[in-house]
Design a protein around this ligand. Structure first.
Ligand SMILES: [Zn+2]
Length: 348
């Protein structure tokens, strides 16, 4: 929960890019300060350079992923924070994993097989990772060719039981959960495919406790073809696998005139998230420009505080160029990672 994405820090001007691209890619070496704390400055004179390791042998392939904490994601090992946009202590952050509540010293088991790429007191590529393990994992085809590469990271650990280069099988106890680099005991789990963070709920069995909802709160339709729809998406803490939100503009015969959506996975991949205001005191939402060619067509995501029992995402869609006279209904959908759909329809 104490994790602040590097991209966010870059956006706020609190870090300088390590590479030419503003979207930070993992490099071959990283730095750990000699006192064991994480060093975010790779040129720090107190830092020790550590190079990525190679596996010692053949690496078993992935068939599926399992929860890294036994009993998760249900009580008491519920999810503290979901993937994607979140409000954390009054600030907005793009969470690149999920936070699983776990008492200090809880066994952390490998979600998938692979080799240990990182097992360290910290890793400069992740802000406040604390003790971290990262597993490099592969999916093979029938001829043992690699078809997908994953990196699965476990943050804030209290103990590490593996070393870089170790090959591990799914279910191996690789360490103990903890609170290093965090303000409360939890496991931050991050699944990257081809180095892009994914919503972990696409890979882990999703809970079916409770249902999510979507409600159309308001529709403003003006004569210039600009139509603004505000939604509230709500999900109980036991089911934080919301990923996609659709809005359809319909005519009186229920024919679709236009549509917009936001997909937390895609939004991250597109790298088109723009904070509405670069002043960290005044950030109140994420603005996602769906189509660069029509910049006035935007989605604004405003997550509410995750500490409540029913976290909400307020999502505003701004259509542009619609014929207002034809649009008579709005249909909104919220989809979880299992494609379970909640829906609301409003006549305007
Ligand atoms: Zn986290």
């Amino acid at each position: 929960m104490n994790y602040i994405s590097r991209r966010r820090l870059l956006q706020l001007g609190l870090l300088t890019p390590l590479v030419a691209s503003p979207f930070y890619r993992q490099s071959a070496a990283f730095a750990v300060c000699k006192d064991g704390t994480c060093c975010i400055d790779p040129e720090c004179s107190n830092a020790t350079k550590i190079t990525g390791s190679k596996p010692n042998g053949n690496i078993p392939g992935i068939s599926n992923f399992i929860w890294p904490i036994a009993g998760a994601p249900n009580t008491p090992y519920e999810i503290g924070d979901a993937f994607g946009p979140r409000l954390i202590r009054g600030e907005y952050d793009w969470h690149e994993g999920i936070d699983i509540k776990a008492n200090e010293g809880t066994d952390v088991i490998a979600s998938c097989p692979g080799f240990v790429r990182i097992a360290a007191a910290c890793d400069a590529r992740f802000v406040n990772s604390g003790k971290i393990i990262q597993i490099q994992a592969y999916k093979y085809d029938n001829n043992n060719n690699i078809i997908q590469k994953y990196r699965v990271s476990y943050h804030h650990l209290s103990e590490l039981f593996v070393n870089p280069g170790d090959i591990i099988t799914q279910g191996t106890v690789i360490g103990k959960s903890g609170c290093t680099g965090a303000t409360w005991p939890h496991l931050h789990l991050e699944i990257r495919k081809e180095d892009v963070p994914q919503n972990p709920y696409f890979y882990l069995a999703c809970p079916t406790v409770g249902t999510h909802t979507v409600a159309i709160q308001s529709v403003n339709n003006n004569t210039n073809g600009t139509l603004t729809v505000e939604l509230r998406v709500t999900s109980p803490r036991t089911k934080l696998d919301i990923n996609r939100i659709n809005v359809f503009a319909l005519d009186s015969n229920n024919n679709q005139i236009d549509s917009m959506y936001v997909d937390f996975n895609e939004t991250h991949n597109c790298g088109r998230i723009i904070q509405s205001n670069i002043n960290p005191q005044a950030i109140n939402s994420y603005t996602y420009t769906e189509n660069i060619a029509t910049p006035n067509r935007t989605v604004i995501i405003t997550p509410e505080d995750f500490s409540t029992t029913q976290p909400n995402w307020i999502v505003t869609f701004k259509f542009n160029g619609l014929s207002s006279s034809n649009t008579t209904k709005i249909k909104a959908q919220a989809l979880d990672c299992s494609n379970t759909i909640a829906e609301d329809i409003k006549t305007i």
